[in-house]
Ligand binder design. Structure first.
Ligand SMILES: *Cc1c(COP(=O)(O)O)cnc(C)c1O
Length: 220
């Protein structure tokens, strides 16, 4: 199947309210343009340099999502244009994003990344860490970031029940934070979960943004 057919196939399976981020890391500008011509507008990248180069070269209508681990000293390169940063896992990073966003006169939407998988290597916050972060005295003064929800990655496993319970856990985390910290904030509304191999389970569990690479562009 072509990139365009893959996108149409996935879009057909997604409820209207679920957004599709096409994860284009390692893929060429031509491959991205093919998806763009099929109507795709949201793209996700996990390396700052690659993202910045693609942003410069490709149509400005593209909404770029940053989905990888982000170092504070690299925030400045993506702050002028990034549409959503999925991977905030510390107060230090949040405050660095706020600082760079302010310089660009922007409010940058971000998600809090949670560690929901069994694997040791995955980044992300625990519930405890998130509650501590959101209770920091300075958080209210970070006017140039908009905390818009949560993100997580399930364990890479064939055990569908395990994946399901991890996504359900992230949904639960979202609800708890919503009640505790964002009750009157309509912008806190996104749950970014689901990749090529597990997005149907994620959608079932309440995902609002799926991040799909290989099922669109082929394996990396
Ligand atoms: C690479 C990546 C994806 C997409 O993975 P696929 O399995 O190719 O769909 C999604 N989310 C993150 C954070 C990624 O790094």
């Amino acid at each position: 199947m072509t990139t365009s057919e893959n996108i149409k196939f996935i879009q057909c399976q997604l409820p209207a309210k679920v957004k599709l981020v096409a994860v284009s890391k390692t893929k060429s500008n031509d491959q991205i343009l093919e998806a763009y011509q099929a109507g795709q507008r949201l793209f996700g990248e996990n390396k700052v340099q690659e993202l910045t180069a693609k942003w410069q070269a490709l149509p400005k209508e593209i909404e770029w999502h940053y989905i990888g681990h982000l170092q504070t000293n690299k925030v400045k390169y993506i702050a002028p244009f990034v549409a959503l940063i999925h991977s905030v896992d510390s107060y230090k990073l949040l405050s660095a994003i706020n600082k760079e966003a302010e310089k660009c006169n922007r409010i940058i939407p971000v998600l809090l990344e949670f560690h929901i998988a069994e694997e040791e290597s995955k980044f992300g916050l625990s519930m405890d860490e998130a509650e501590k972060m959101l209770s920091m005295p300075g958080i209210g003064s970070l006017k140039n970031v908009s905390i818009s929800g949560v993100m997580g990655m399930a364990t890479f496993t064939a055990d569908q029940n395990m994946v399901k319970s991890e996504f359900e856990r992230l949904y639960q985390i979202f609800q708890i934070l919503k009640m505790g910290f964002f009750q009157n904030n309509d912008r806190f509304c996104e749950i970014s979960m689901g990749m090529s191999d597990d997005y149907p389970i994620a959608v079932e569990a309440g995902s609002t943004i799926v991040r799909i690479g290989s099922k669109i562009f082929g394996s990396r």
